[in-house]
Ligand binder design. Sequence first.
Ligand SMILES: [Zn+2]
Length: 129
Amino acid sequence: MDEKQRAHLEKRLLEERERMLRTLAKFDENFKIAMEENDGDLTNYPFHMADEGTDTLEREKDFLLASKEGRQVYWIDDALRTLYKEPDKYGKCQECGDEIGFERLDLVPWVRLCVHCQRRQEDRMEQAA
Ligand SMILES: [Zn+2]
């Protein structure tokens, strides 16, 4: 992946993050309050660079994982953290370490698995169901 592609994916992640935050603010009363405390500025909604383990991050995680859009934001933040902190790891499959591929990342910039591993995981989930 070259610099230009990385910058493009970063932009996609940030755009998608803002869109999800807007959706959250529309439907979630608690979230709306949190946003107002942030002066309603979505771009100021804290993005934590901290590693896991801090109280704030834990609280935010619980809160985000409670809704579908929140989960999305959580995965987007996770991808952004990787992109900023360990750019070499971004875009690589978390299971087999292969390049995920720019086209796939362009569709879903926060995807963590390559097509093959994703399919394997879905198969496992189907078998478990
Ligand atoms: Zn893989």
